[in-house]
Write a protein that binds this ligand. Structure first.
Ligand SMILES: [Zn+2]
Length: 446
């Protein structure tokens, strides 16, 4: 089998892929608490039957002991050949009517723009059909070992990480194909090589025993909410750069991201300026970014003319790829504690740190993937970063130290609207990534 065979066969597979993706999208597999379990389990079974039909003969549901099962299969490597792991997830974000969908989110709908619409059509049921399609391209006999891992709780709080460390033998691989990403623009291939980490803390300020009449007492005793605002204002400098000292920051050296596309995607309002210095890609992928997620204080409706005795805020920090998230969290906590004004009682509690991820690109898996992308798309691939951290990658790299990670997929940034209304996928992206993944396997099996 060569490149042309694979491309032609991938194209011929698309009607079946559409049918399989329709069956998956028809299951509202929201794994969040409070949503019905039956559609999630239906989706697990639908994924299982597609995997079996595609040639994963020992596909089965892995009971993690808690939560929803993972669809798992393995095909042993031919002697002397590497093993690849193919990851995607079958659970989805909710799709409430208030989001304003134009079509039924649980009925895969082809529109005139050529895209296929539905919740999960891109994130990440496209990944499921990419991996199973690759297995079909090899008629169930790939040139390398394959492990299929389709998770059921990626959006809702994964239980897979713990399971991986308890059952390392099921997840060891030389190359991990994570098909839960996408190009910036359809038709322009990228490999995601950096993911930002995440750090979270809680800031609480206390100044008074009780609320005090602001006319009688205001002007001398500090108000806790004002003190908190003072502290939060120190997270950024005048230009909007994150001001926490000691955090790593560099220039992004991969592909750029046009500011116009960023503005359009982010829905920034007219006239609103951007924050921070450096290119959009640098600010997104190589610099820290602090945000205030929420504040507990009186609501406007419930407010009165008083000095507020206590207030708190949850503060999050995106950490550049390659930086230690735990160390960044420590610096955030120390910095916020140091900017508390007027001797107020301020406590800053570290809540959580998830590490960033930086994929090395020099290994044979990554080189095979870059070459395959160029063949499948007819143009060279560039490297980009991504905002989200994927804790699962840490678990996988612990059981397979030195494994290479290929982060790609059909979730293009420009149009896919993952997590939002009218999520969609470009079928050509499914076809090209499927081709690229198959070509990579072919290269790795040489
Ligand atoms: Zn996803």
């Amino acid at each position: 089998m060569d490149k042309t065979d694979l491309s032609l066969r991938a194209a011929a597979l698309m009607p079946q892929t559409l049918d399989e993706l329709s069956r998956l999208v028809a299951c509202p597999s929201v794994a969040f608490p409070g949503y019905p379990a039956v559609p999630v389990l239906d989706c697990a079974n639908e994924t299982l039957s597609i995997a079996q039909d595609a040639g994963f003969s020992n596909a089965r549901l892995l009971d993690l002991g808690v939560g929803y099962p993972t669809v798992y299969a393995d095909i042993p490597a031919p002697p002397g050949k590497p093993t690849v792991l193919m990851y995607a997830h079958y659970d989805i974000q909710p799709a409430p009517a208030e989001q304003g969908w134009e079509s039924d989110p649980f009925q895969l709908t082809r529109k005139e723009d050529g895209r296929w619409y539905g919740r999960g059509a891109a994130d990440n049921k496209s990944g499921v059909v990419i991996h199973t399609g690759v297995m079909r391209l090899f008629n169930g006999r790939p040139p390398v070992g394959v492990r299929l891992v389709i998770e059921g709780e990626e959006e809702a709080g994964s239980h897979l990480e713990g399971f991986i460390s308890q059952h390392p033998g099921l997840f060891q691989a030389d190359v991990m194909f994570i098909a839960d990403m996408g190009n910036i623009l359809p038709g322009e291939p990228v490999l995601t090589t950096a993911l930002r980490g995440h750090a979270l803390c809680m800031v609480e300020v206390r100044t008074l025993q009780t609320a005090l009449h602001s006319g009688v007492f205001g002007g001398v005793a500090p108000d806790a909410l004002v003190a908190l605002i003072h502290m939060l204002s120190k997270l950024h400098d005048e230009r909007g750069n994150t001001a926490i000292p000691g955090l790593g920051a560099s220039e992004w050296s991969g592909a750029g991201l046009p500011e116009e596309l960023y503005r359009q995607q982010s829905g920034m309002l007219p006239g609103v300026g951007t924050v921070g210095d450096g290119s959009v890609a640098t600010r997104l992928w190589s610099r820290p970014s602090a945000t205030v997620l929420g504040i507990d204080a009186p609501t406007v409706a419930g407010s009165a003319n008083v000095l507020i005795p206590s207030a708190r805020a949850r503060v999050a920090l995106r950490v550049p790829a390659g930086e230690d998230a735990a160390a960044a969290l420590q610096r955030l906590v120390e910095y916020l504690s140091s900017v508390a004004p007027w001797g107020v009682q301020a406590s800053v509690t570290p809540l959580r740190a998830s590490d960033s991820f930086l994929a090395p690109t020099s290994g044979p898996g990554c080189q095979a993937a870059l070459e395959a992308l160029e063949q499948a798309y007819g143009r060279p691939a560039s490297q980009v970063g991504s905002g989200g951290s994927i804790p699962l990658l840490q678990a996988l790299s612990q059981v397979s130290p030195g494994a290479e990670f290929i982060l790609w997929g059909a979730e293009d940034m420009a149009y896919a609207r993952i997590h939002g209304p009218d999520e969609s996928v470009d079928p050509m992206e499914i076809e090209r990534i499927m081709t690229a993944e198959a070509l990579s396997l072919l290269n790795l099996g040489k």
